[in-house]
Design a protein around this ligand. Structure first.
Ligand code: SF4
Length: 687
């Protein structure tokens, strides 16, 4: 049993101010954190994603909840034992002055919902703020009128009598202890209690919640089932530690209302059952199906990780009465709940010799010791550095704390690595990735679909952008896209893909609408002028013409984004299915990007040239190689980001999301396919 007064053990568990009590499970695997049980009752899949797969995503609600708990968690966690002789001298009264919290930087990390925000006000009686009598419905988490809390009545000045004083001397002291960690061997749970109010041997757990209580039809207030179970567990922890508990209290910060939770045998049974079921699920390692059309999903912080409707729509339906019947896709209405794009933006730094440091929540970019740019960290979702740019250790640490990956490129745009936060602890999906990558049949099955997607999307790009796409080319691409499905080996698939690429690139110039010249070898007697964007097929390492230079940079950027997407989902970017293992090659990222090469990379090249975002003046010709100048790269990066931010309709799900969001969704679906939750990986093929 763990008590917060058991200092030695407490220290050995590295108890910090964190509200995340899942850390304890690392050493005490038999204890389930109380918070986990709460989440299990809300949704078993949420419990699984968070506590088995280690996935987490902040939302407005979770950050707001963190702020609500910040004050509570500032307690020292000291709750004297019931029979502690020193308890009278060791009160940790929580009556403190509290300044109005400043506008919180954390909240600013996310887009605010369009509703009037109530100022965060701590409960009045608890922290000594004057109570606003006009708000009848508003109460403190620990109500003076509560009979069980035995709070001594207040007296006006001078009204105190000797009898009162005598009585007061006999009145047991009231103890308020915050952030108290307790465990129960009997239940196998551990939890951090926001606040415990104890008088004598009677204790009341008080839990702080953001949001609102449940409103009953008669107007009374009630708690939601997960919260009731949480209070019941907290009560059980206190009882296990020698206290008597008659009830618990939920304090809702948004509405400043308190709800008393009665502890009856029915709630006890539900709670015990929830612990058993959660433990079984934890041990089963079988992810539960998403909730069906539940309103809970729209408010769930893990919505974009879980993809409830999308996953359901792709889950095979097993016909119970016909063992031989083929699974068919279930008929699910996909609700457009996922936000179309991330409000944050990538930051690219391209100028040589820059120094990047960090001050408060700003990245400070300096050139020759002069500050040339300041960027709010909460406004970026990744940082890309090209060439010789210094990044301070403090800045790296802060970027990682904020889950912002850093990508590194050579000055010419060769992508060679990332610094990523520890991120997802989802080893299960990686294990399945390694298992399936060892199976050649599975690799071939997926590779055929990826190559088919790439050829189909290339054909669509030609149809949309070519002045006059030759029919024979379109017909041949169509034929090849069907043939690849019958490829009997990865080698023959590679051959078919190569043929399709040659045919497609032979028509690439037909999609370029800018005609201008470039000098091939400036300063040399052999120099000649030729069409700047005269493209005669792919060449690389180094690219020998402007179009190839742009294509190489576009593929580098896309590889970076697919590598980041794979890592976010918990996959190993170096283990692919179509692209085979080679040191330093992010094979899975290359797999993922196959269908997106035409839609993102090649499309950006067309846009950048056709819209004159890069011009022949932006290229430096050195011998046979052609590179982009810093200014040209800047223009191209803008074109790339415009494309990643453009909205596209998902052909299966019907909603519109940005290409960047789409990459993440597709990578998550790949993870679902690897773990067997969905039958097929739906390669993205645009219409
Ligand atoms: S999105 Fe819905 S199904 Fe998925 S974890 Fe959240 S509540 Fe559960």
């Amino acid at each position: 049993m763990i008590r917060s007064t058991d200092h030695e053990l407490h220290d050995s568990l590295s108890v910090s101010e964190s509200t995340d009590d899942s850390q304890y499970t690392e050493r005490f695997t038999d204890y389930l954190p109380v918070r986990m049980i709460n989440e299990f009752v809300y949704c078993p899949r949420l419990f699984y994603l968070m506590h088995v797969e280690g996935q987490f995503a902040d939302s407005y609600e979770t950050i707001d909840g963190g702020i609500v708990h910040r004050r509570v968690d500032s307690g020292n966690g000291h709750l004297p034992a019931v029979n502690d002789p020193a308890r009278g001298e060791d009160l940790c009264f929580a009556v403190e002055e509290l300044d109005d919290p400043p506008a919180d930087a954390l909240m600013d990390q996310l887009p605010q919902p369009k509703r009037k925000r109530r100022k965060h006000i701590q409960p009045p009686t608890l922290f000594g703020d004057p109570k606003d009598e006009s708000e009848d419905n508003i109460s403190s988490p620990v109500d003076d009128s509560s009979p069980n809390l035995s709070r001594p009545p207040s007296k006006e000045h001078g009204a105190e009598t000797a009898i009162d004083r005598e009585k007061e001397d006999e009145t047991p002291a009231i103890i308020h202890a915050r952030s108290v960690t307790l465990s129960s061997d009997a239940l196998g749970v551990i939890g951090k209690l926001d606040l415990v109010e104890a008088t004598g041997d009677v204790a009341t757990p008080v839990d702080y919640k953001r949001g609102r209580p449940k409103k009953m039809s008669d107007g009374s207030l009630d708690a939601w089932p997960p919260e009731k179970v949480q209070i019941a567990l907290q009560a059980a922890l206190l009882r296990d530690n020698g206290y008597r508990v008659n009830e618990g209290v939920l304090y809702f910060n948004t509405t400043r209302q308190r709800v008393v939770v009665g502890l009856d045998s029915e709630l006890e049974k539900q709670t015990v059952k929830a612990i058993q079921n959660a433990r079984q699920l934890f041990e089963s390692r079988q992810i539960p199906a998403p909730l069906n059309d539940s309103p809970k999903c729209a408010k769930c912080s893990l919505l974009k990780i879980c993809l409830p409707d999308e996953t359901r729509s792709l889950m095979p339906v097993i016909h119970e009465h016909d063992a031989n019947a083929q699974p068919t896709p279930s008929d699910v209405d996909i609700r457009p709940m996922i936000t179309a794009r991330d409000e944050r933006r990538p930051l690219y730094l391209n100028q040589q010799g820059l120094m990047i440091g960090k001050k408060d929540d700003l990245l400070i970019v300096k050139e020759d010791r002069k500050v040339i740019q300041q960027v709010r960290l909460r406004e970026i979702n990744q940082l890309s550095l090209f060439g010789n740019i210094q990044l301070s250790t403090q800045a790296v640490q802060h970027l990682l704390q904020m889950n912002i990956p850093v990508a590194y490129f050579t000055r010419r745009g060769w992508f060679y690595g990332t610094t990523q936060p520890l991120g997802v602890k989802n080893i299960l999906v990686r294990r399945e990735q390694f298992r399936k990558a060892d199976d050649l049949i599975t690799c071939l099955r997926l590779a055929r679909e990826l190559v088919r997607g790439k050829i189909r999307n290339s054909r669509t790009l030609l149809m949309r952008n070519h002045v006059e796409p030759p029919r024979t080319v379109l017909a041949e691409l169509k034929r090849l896209s069907e043939r690849v499905l019958k490829a009997d080996s990865l080698a023959s698939l590679l051959g078919l893909e190569g043929t399709a690429a040659r045919i497609y690139f032979s028509q690439f110039t037909g999609m370029l609408k800018v005609k201008c010249d470039i000098e091939t070898d400036p300063g040399s007697a052999l120099s000649e002028r030729r069409a700047a964007f005269d493209f005669r097929g792919r060449n690389r390492r180094p690219p020998r013409d402007p179009v190839n230079a742009l294509l190489s940079l576009a593929y580098s950027l896309l590889t970076k984004d697919c590598t980041i997407a794979a890592t976010i989902v918990g996959l190993d970017p170096y283990l692919g299915f179509y692209h085979q293992v080679k040191p330093g090659k992010p094979a899975l990222a290359l797999d993922l990007m196959e269908p997106f090469r035409p839609l993102i990379a090649e499309s950006v090249v067309l846009t950048a040239i056709n819209n004159r975002m890069v011009t022949p003046e932006h290229f430096i010709v050195a011998g046979k190689s052609v590179v982009l100048s810093d200014a040209g790269r800047k223009g191209f990066l803008m074109a790339y980001e415009q494309r990643m931010d453009a909205l596209v309709t998902h052909p299966l799900f019907g909603y519109r999301v940005s290409y960047r969001r789409l990459l993440e969704i597709q990578t998550r679906l790949l993870g679902r396919w690897l773990t067997g939750e969905i039958g097929e990986y739906p390669v993205f093929i645009t219409r």
